[in-house]
Write a protein that binds this ligand. Structure first.
Ligand code: FES
Length: 126
């Protein structure tokens, strides 16, 4: 029996909006509050909703580079999103299979991950 297919992709888009002037920036501002809705509709229009799941996420700690979206699998972090960029990511990455490098977070902002065990040591948790 084939079973129910798992999704091919999850798209985690930060939906945090902080007040104007807050020291830490935020992905969502008054002018782009509809960007997650746009992502969902663009996936529907493209015929891939169902096997691609858009997910509203909390802060992904790249607040001044927003809106941000993590594509899994692949651990690909897109930053500075606009509706036009979303269209291109769906067409070229999600459907076409090629990461849109020009929208990926710069390497200096995306160093290697700290393992959970290493983080526990840094936090002094034993
Ligand atoms: S508010 Fe979106 S990454 Fe922090």
């Amino acid at each position: 029996m084939a079973g129910i297919p798992q999704p091919a992709f999850y798209l985690f888009m930060c939906q945090v909006e902080r007040p104007e002037g807050f020291p830490k920036g935020s992905c969502i501002k008054p002018h782009n509050r509809d960007i997650f809705q746009y992502l969902s509709e663009a996936l529907m229009r493209s015929g891939v909703i169902g096997t691609v799941v858009p997910v509203q996420s909390g802060c992904q700690n790249r607040c001044n580079m927003g809106p941000v979206m993590m594509v899994e699998p692949g651990h690909t972090m897109y930053v500075g999103l606009t509706k036009e960029k979303i269209d291109k990511i769906i067409k070229e990455h999600i459907i076409g299979g090629s990461v849109v490098e020009e929208f990926v977070i710069p390497k200096e902002m995306w160093a290697d991950a700290i393992s959970p065990e290493q983080m526990r040591k840094m936090a002094g948790v034993s």
